[in-house]
Design a protein around this ligand. Structure first.
Ligand code: P5A
Length: 445
């Protein structure tokens, strides 16, 4: 993409309404625009990162054997009356009537809708196990929408639902989700720690939240500092291997890590004092096992091996896809702007032309642009007629991990400059060597 043809409405001033750094930077980098409280338009740069995050979530869900579908945002109130949650959900639910006076709602979550799909089409235990998921907009009329996309009213969520014959099978589905979430967050450059939590309006008392530690997080958390040493890494996992998935769950959840709702002071005090931590975190996901709560209420049974009807065991599992943008920025920025992890960056590298209009510099930039594109990489070429300082400031603000700076002086010596956004370190390289380095980083060689 050439910057002169793109739509990147960066702001010079720091927006007064934004209280936390991720919200400020998303507004300044022209990623989002508020349309009303807690509701945002995703401008091109923000939309690109949102889609990158969504792609990682899809890939990891499908790797775990979970099946994508798409359910609507608007739901009939009748299903929610069947489960009893139409009244229970309270003021967070946006209720609407259609022209015929039928009660509808903008879905805050989809347990009822997916259970209705299941009961309509699945009747035998032989069709289990089954996990269906989608990535879809949700609406919760939060009392205090704030911090930009972090606590929105309209927000993007991946929500998955498992249907199993037995509790044991459903707990394996739970473990599969835990493993796939660890992989998902790590691919985004995040450490998200599973912590024992509370079921809230979804229900069930077996649930973990995934928290990214950050001072600006809305949740108070208590943990053994040893949990921060754990990482999933690039180990192989067989999602059908019950013992292997259970092993990962035990590895990641045995040490004390809880949100304030389930915090137990006595247990916490058993941790050696130097490892006790009280901190804040951003909840980027939550997994639940709630047994037959919804299948009993909606009559979702299958014929079991003995021919008798059995209520299926279920769980639901959510990732805050739009919230993740905020969480990643909270975890990865400096005073000049965002620092995107390579896994989610909107463009792979920036090309800065120090002297737009100089025949040699222009040609070198065009060449880099064409070669990078041919390698399957997406560069952002700052081809504006601006001074170098302004171009660097924009690149730093929008946070591309790599920048290639091209100027007549360097070209005389046959070099361009390759700069890492994260470390600030630069090296002079021949243009092709710079390209090869970037290609290798992104696994394009
Ligand atoms: C699990 C999937 C559920 O709704 N039902 C379907 C279950 N869980 S949850 O914890 O309530 O939400 C899942 C994740 O969505 C994100 N989230 C939000 N993101 C932005 N703004 C909000 N107002 C908001 N509310 C929830 C969180 O990341 C949460 O973990």
């Amino acid at each position: 993409m050439r910057l002169t043809r793109y739509f990147l409405p960066v702001l010079k001033e720091t927006p007064a309404e934004a209280q936390i750094v991720s919200h400020r930077l998303m507004l300044r980098a022209g990623m989002i625009k508020q349309s009303s409280a807690g509701i945002y338009s995703w401008l091109p740069l923000g939309y690109k990162v949102l889609k990158n995050i969504e792609t990682i979530v899809h890939e990891e869900q499908q790797r775990a054997g979970h099946i994508p579908l798409l359910m609507p945002t608007l739901q009939s109130a009748d299903l929610w009356r069947e489960s009893g949650r139409y009244d229970d959900y309270g003021e967070e639910m946006l209720r609407i009537q259609d022209r015929h006076g039928r009660d509808m709602l903008y879905g805050p979550t989809n347990e009822e809708l997916v259970t209705d799909i299941f009961r309509s089409h699945v009747s035998s235990y032989k069709d289990l196990p089954l996990t269906l998921y989608h990535i879809q907009w949700k609406f919760r009329d939060e009392r205090r929408p704030r911090f930009g996309v972090m606590r929105g009213r309209e927000f993007y969520m991946k929500d998955g639902y498992n249907f199993d014959l037995t509790k044991e099978d459903a707990l394996h589905a739970y473990n599969r989700h835990l493993v796939s979430y660890l992989r998902t967050y790590e691919r985004m450059g995040l450490q998200a720690i599973p912590m024992r939590a509370d079921g809230g309006p979804i229900g069930g008392d077996y649930t973990h939240e995934f928290l990214v530690l950050a001072e600006t997080g809305e949740s108070e958390v208590f943990y053994d500092s040893a949990v921060t040493d754990l990482s999933f890494g690039d180990r192989e996992i067989d999602y059908d291997d019950v013992a292997q998935c259970q092993g990962v769950l035990e590895e990641f959840t045995t040490k004390y890590a809880r949100t304030d709702e389930t915090h137990d002071e006595a247990l916490f005090n058993e941790i050696p004092e130097e490892r006790r931590r009280v901190a804040r975190g951003i909840e980027v996901g939550q997994i639940f096992y709630f047994g037959t709560k919804y299948s009993d209420a909606l009559g979702a049974t299958v014929q079991g091996p003995d021919g008798k009807p059995v209520s299926v065991h279920m769980g639901s599992h959510g990732i805050g896809v739009s919230r993740l943008l905020g969480a990643i920025i909270e975890a990865s920025h400096d005073e000049n702007g965002i620092i995107w992890p390579e896994g989610v960056t909107p463009f792979h590298a920036g090309i800065v032309n120090l002297k737009q209009g100089d025949a040699e510099a222009d040609a070198a930039c065009e060449d880099l642009y064409a070669k990078m594109s041919a390698m399957g990489l997406e560069p952002l070429y700052d081809d504006r007629n601006e001074r170098a300082g302004g171009k660097f400031a924009t690149m730093d603000l929008i946070g591309l991990p790599w920048r290639i700076t091209v100027g007549p002086r360097g070209l005389k010596n046959g070099v361009v400059e390759l700069t890492s956004r994260k470390t600030g370190e630069s090296e002079e390289l021949a243009p092709d060597a710079a390209l090869n380095k970037i290609a290798a980083i992104y696994g394009k060689q």
